[in-house]
Design a protein around this ligand. Structure first.
Ligand code: ATP
Ligand code: MG
Length: 486
């Protein structure tokens, strides 16, 4: 172990927000040891802006509670922690941890319960990467470095503490963390990690709760280097574990959305991580829509059902919270509305709560070369900047074009008498009610004629029986998994 002078590592209390200093000071005053540890120290040493600061102490969670009283809440079961409110910020205060006892690990070696308090040396050995295991005491102006982590910082190397295979088995999420930190810090992954980091080992992620994997996926999406990490997820076989049914391929749309997300973060704009899920699942959603449309399901129902199916499948890997699922489905639904809006609804649509997200999504599709947006991304882009008069003119022009398209479509059908099994477009207006009724009547008639011909009617259901008029939605559930997700 070496004790480094904080100033030599480029650290000073002036860089620290008062909320973390308050926590360190209160614990020290009560007679406990207290350090800043983890990403905060690492990022400061790298000249980056830390996301937050975590504290670690030799006080147990209940002793921390005694120090902070009502400002403190003890959370977690597997990993008991104290949450301390300091001003408007929340600081995670962990207690030094000893190695886990055998009895609380799963058959695969995964740690299930972990509240065994220990010394700082033991706590150090429990941390994941060397660069995340430096202990900074700001008032004493020292950094405790147990494994020459400063060298790894200098050489931009991501090194796991201990035997990589064992560390991944103990907690498979460390595989995800490896890629996250490598991408975020632009560090090289140490060769001994690369040796064991095989797609086969990523199977261990199957045992991790989909809630935790969702949280981790959010961290990946919001770390500011999403575009860099996406190909890495494929290369290391993590993609298949996180997004089971999404083809492991960074499409131009996904790439554009990833770059856009990173850009927004770099200029301090907020991002909704569910938006990126909407992007990732879009292709799958469309395929599922086609599937239902082919079965003769009306477009709106096909979209609704496809949305449910795709999200249900994804939830076997990462459980997207309900509000985020709703957001995703609304963004998808917006695509239909924005693609062929009814002229009288255009202005109201531009004020809709999901307009912004839906429009951003449409524009990203368009800019990444998706021809099915028919230029509507740019149309809406221009529309938003128009004055009232210009908007009116744009709407009537749009209306004329729409009527013209409809006419030429009808002519085309009449002229060519298409019998082919053409794919229905994903987004289309539902048929008019009279047309649907006419079609349903014809279907019923044909059905009755067919059953009469095959002699299967028992005479009790007449051709105008309501049951024959109900159009049942056929769902193919073979690919949908229901029930417990683990
Ligand atoms: P950031 O907050 O920038 O994403 P971080 O390194 O602070 O990165 P946290 O998830 O906040 O990451 O964790 C804080 C510290 O806790 C880490 O730096 C590491 O020392 C330890 N830690 C977190 N998760 C694990 C894990 N799965 N295994 C071992 N140690 C971990
Ligand atoms: Mg942190």
């Amino acid at each position: 172990m070496q004790t480094l002078r904080a100033s030599k590592c480029g650290l000073s209390t002036a860089q620290l927000p008062s909320y973390i200093l308050d926590v360190i000071d209160a614990l020290t005053k009560a007679g406990y040891e207290a350090y800043i540890v983890g990403g905060g120290v690492r990022d400061l040493m790298l000249g980056l802006n830390p996301k937050d600061f975590d504290a670690v102490t030799n006080a147990t969670p209940s002793q921390v509670k005694e120090v902070f009283g009502r400002r403190c809440r003890i959370i977690g079961r597997r990993f008991e922690l104290a949450h301390v409110y300091s001003g408007r910020e929340l600081v995670e205060v962990a207690t030094f941890r000893a190695p886990p006892k055998k009895a609380v690990t799963s058959a695969q070696g995964m740690i299930l319960r972990d509240n065994n308090w220990g010394t700082i040396e033991q706590d150090f050995a429990r941390r994941d990467f060397s660069i995340n295991a430096m202990y900074y005491q700001p008032r004493k102006g020292i950094v405790l470095d147990f494994c020459n982590a400063v060298d790894d910082i200098k050489h931009k190397t991501l090194r796991l503490l201990g035997d990589p295979q064992t560390r991944f088995e103990e907690d498979p999420v460390r595989m995800l963390r490896t890629l996250r930190f490598a991408a975020k810090l632009n560090f090289n992954i140490a060769p001994e990690i690369l040796d064991v980091f095989t797609p086969q080992l990523t199977q261990l992620l199957r045992d991790v709760s989909p809630h935790r994997l969702y949280d981790e996926s959010q961290k990946l999406f919001t770390m500011g280097h999403l575009n860099r990490v996406m190909p890495m997820l494929i290369e290391f076989g993590i993609w298949q574990q996180l997004f089971a049914d999404i083809k492991p391929h960074v499409t131009p749309f996904v790439e554009r959305a990833a770059k856009n997300t990173d850009q927004r973060i770099s200029i301090g704009k907020t991002i909704n991580p569910a938006f990126f899920y909407a992007v990732l699942l879009w292709e799958q959603f469309q395929e599922r829509c086609h599937f239902y449309l082919h079965k003769g399901v009306v477009a709106a129902e096909a979209r609704a059902q496809a949305g449910l199916d795709v999200l249900k499948r994804q939830s076997t890997r990462t459980i997207i919270p309900r509000f985020a699922e709703t957001f995703i489905r609304e963004v998808w639904e917006m695509q239909t509305r924005l693609l062929s809006p009814k002229p009288q609804q255009i202005e109201a649509l531009s004020g809709h709560a999901r307009f912004r997200a839906g429009f951003d999504f449409l524009l990203l599709r368009e800019k990444s070369g998706d021809p099915t947006t028919q230029g509507m991304g740019e149309w809406w882009d221009a529309y938003q900047l128009m004055s009232g008069d210009q908007k009116e003119r744009a709407i009537s022009q749009y209306n004329r074009q729409r009527a013209k398209n409809r006419r030429s479509k009808t002519d085309e059908v009449v002229l060519t008498k298409v019998h082919t099994q053409e794919l229905e477009p994903l987004v289309q207006e539902p048929e008019s009610r009279s047309r649907r009724q006419r079609k349903a009547k014809q279907e019923v008639q044909a059905k009755v004629e067919r059953s009469v011909a095959s002699g299967s009617t028992d005479g009790s259901i007449g051709s105008d029986h309501p049951i024959l008029k109900r159009k049942r939605v056929q769902r193919d559930l073979s690919q949908v998994i229901f029930g417990p997700t683990q």
